[in-house]
Design a protein around this ligand. Structure first.
Ligand code: ADP
Ligand code: MG
Length: 559
């Protein structure tokens, strides 16, 4: 099928292209980072594939990325000698978006540049960002190891369709030619391109080479490396600037915005690995999609092995991005092997601690940034107490709640804050769960607490009641659901209160019995309480019964 075909982009691609070109207009230069990032990924993939079959190098083992421009023709050309693509790969990769949920995501885009550019940042635009600066894009590519005739030429004006045909290509890998728009001619300039490479791609693992601009005899037109070309995580922390950490994050994460924080560690001894872990500033649009890619980029002895290695992190830390470079694992390691490998288990335990420590540190040193983290990822972290028994206390310390102290829906109160405000004699951490914040806040169960000035945490996320099932205590203090069982206010309940309650129970014995008879099986017990100040009565759940929220979840599941 060497003949030329014209194919339409998938609808989602068309939408993305339109929206992206508008919303990233003031952010044009990122196209180069995206293309270099892809070229670097392609080199990584080739090096990995060549571990098994070194004929894929085709006598050209010197992996590099070449950047050329032509100021007369207004073109910028990026060439890599990486893995390349087959014709089918090209149709798939450069004509569709494979992530599920894309269509719904795109519906949220409004046409408002600021808002959309943020949303698109969560999504990542990748290759399609070429069309921010180019009104025509050509791709020449041949898969490593495929015959010369299986080269592919792809071309599009970004207007809804593309053409594809087979051409002879001597060199494996991918060449992308951008025909610059009038308002993007500035990029056909050596100085500008060099700056962008330094700025965005200094510490990718491969050299980016450009023709020398020197006029000297013998130097002119010779290719020279313009980036540092050492993988960032292999440098020592003191050599790395914050800006470089941030750019590297964007390179590996497909995110446009800066990370909130990071942690870079070389571990030697029983285990021998380097980890570079990042906390993103914004949740990806598919955070709750179980199929969405997650995990770290895995390298073994600096050789890229795979993206999205899930085994190095528990699910509740799935927002973490980063790189693991292990000297203990074998270059042949596969996903299957990762699943039952004791080295991997040890690294995972250590990495989990690192992430939790990084978050604790952020919470202490930069509470505002921590709050941003919480607002984006808090509900994911709430899966932690159930999933990770051994780190429950640490995770609990990272939780943030709404509370009667602030009276606001925003989850800003930590357990340490709460404990710091506990009344003398109070020995429990009180909380209430409800379907929504307003219902919880106006619950009669809170009356006595208000009267006594005792703070109650207000939990109204879907996951909360379930989570509390896994949290028994924090800092030696038990959690107590205020809607459960016989309320014990500890020392805060005075002898007088207790006496009063007992007297009332005695005095109204008959009434209590009459109510119990009237309600029959619908209640277990009717008793006098100090819980209420204004309301005449309230329902409570026995200590070991399912909570109201849990009941609803079970009912919805048909139980
Ligand atoms: P992402 O990099 O997040 O996968 P992109 O839109 O940047 O998304 O690229 C889409 C896909 O196209 C890549 O996953 C890859 O399979 C393919 N691709 C893009 N550029 C290259 C390249 N230079 N060499 C080989 N494959 C590439
Ligand atoms: Mg990409």
């Amino acid at each position: 099928e060497s003949q030329k075909e014209t194919l339409g982009f998938q609808t989602e691609v068309k939408q993305l292209l339109n929206l992206m070109i508008n919303s990233l207009y003031s952010n044009k230069e990122i196209f180069l980072r995206e293309l270099i990032s892809n070229a670097s990924d392609a080199e990584d993939k080739l090096r990995f594939a060549a571990l098994k079959d070194d004929s894929l190098f085709e006598n050209d083992p010197d992996l590099k990325i070449r950047l050329d421009y032509d100021a007369d023709k207004n073109t910028v050309t990026l060439t890599d000698n990486g893995i390349g693509m087959t014709r089918d790969d090209v149709v798939q990769n450069l004509g569709t978006i494979a992530r599920s949920g894309t269509a719904e995501f795109l519906k949220q885009l409004s046409g408002d540049e600021k808002k959309d550019s943020r949303l698109i940042g969560q999504f990542g635009v990748g290759f399609y960002s070429s069309f921010i600066v180019a009104d025509a894009v050509e791709v020449f590519t041949r898969r490593a190891g495929a015959p010369v005739e299986e080269g592919v030429h792809w071309e599009s004006k970004g207007d809804g369709e593309f053409t594809i045909e087979n051409v002879d290509l001597e060199e494996r890998g991918t060449r992308i030619v951008l025909h610059l728009k009038d308002d993007a001619k500035e990029f056909a300039d050596g100085f500008r391109l060099r700056n962008l490479v330094k700025k965005y791609s200094d510490h990718i693992s491969f050299p980016v080479v450009m023709k020398s601009e020197s006029e000297e005899e013998g130097e002119k037109d010779k290719y020279e490396t313009v980036n540092d070309a050492t993988a960032l995580w292999t440098l020592s922390r003191s050599e790395i600037k914050d800006e470089e950490y941030k750019e590297f994050y964007k390179h590996i994460s497909h995110d446009f915005e800066d990370p909130l924080t990071w942690s870079h560690n070389k571990v030697e001894g029983k285990l021998d690995y380097t980890s570079l872990l990042y906390i993103p500033g914004r949740a990806p649009f598919d955070l709750y999609n179980r199929e969405a890619p997650r995990g770290l980029k895995l390298y073994v002895q600096r050789v890229f092995i795979m993206d999205d290695a899930e085994q190095f992190l528990p699910l509740y830390l799935r927002f973490t991005k980063g790189v693991i470079d292990s000297n203990d694992l074998s270059l042949n390691v596969s996903r299957e092997i990762l699943q039952n490998d004791s080295t991997v288990d040890s690294i995972r335990t250590a990495v989990t601690k690192r992430v939790l420590d990084m978050l604790s540190k952020l919470a202490k040193k930069e509470p505002e940034k921590y709050q941003q983290f919480w607002d984006e990822f808090g509900t994911v972290l709430k899966e932690g107490p159930a999933e990770d028994f051994s780190n429950r206390e640490k995770i609990a310390g990272l939780l943030r709640f709404a509370s009667t102290h602030t009276g606001e829906q925003a989850q800003t109160v930590s357990l340490d804050d709460y404990i710091g405000r506990m009344k003398e004699g109070q020995n429990k951490i009180y909380y209430i769960t409800a379907d929504n914040f307003m219902a919880a806040k106006s619950s009669p169960h809170l009356e006595v607490f208000r009267k006594k000035g005792i703070e109650v945490l207000i939990l109204s996320d879907r996951i909360d009641e379930w989570m509390m099932g896994y949290l028994n205590e924090y800092d030696g203090k038990q959690f107590q659901d205020v809607a459960r069982g016989d309320l014990d206010l500890g020392e805060v309940e005075t002898e007088e209160d207790k006496k009063h309650k007992e007297e009332a129970a005695e005095e109204h014995k008959e009434l209590l019995e009459r109510i119990k008879t009237a309600l029959g099986d619908r209640v277990q017990e009717v008793r006098v309480t100090n819980r209420l100040t204004d309301s005449p009565a309230c329902l409570v759940v026995a200590d070991f019964d399912m909570g109201a929220q849990m009941k609803k979840i079970m009912e919805a599941a048909g139980q």
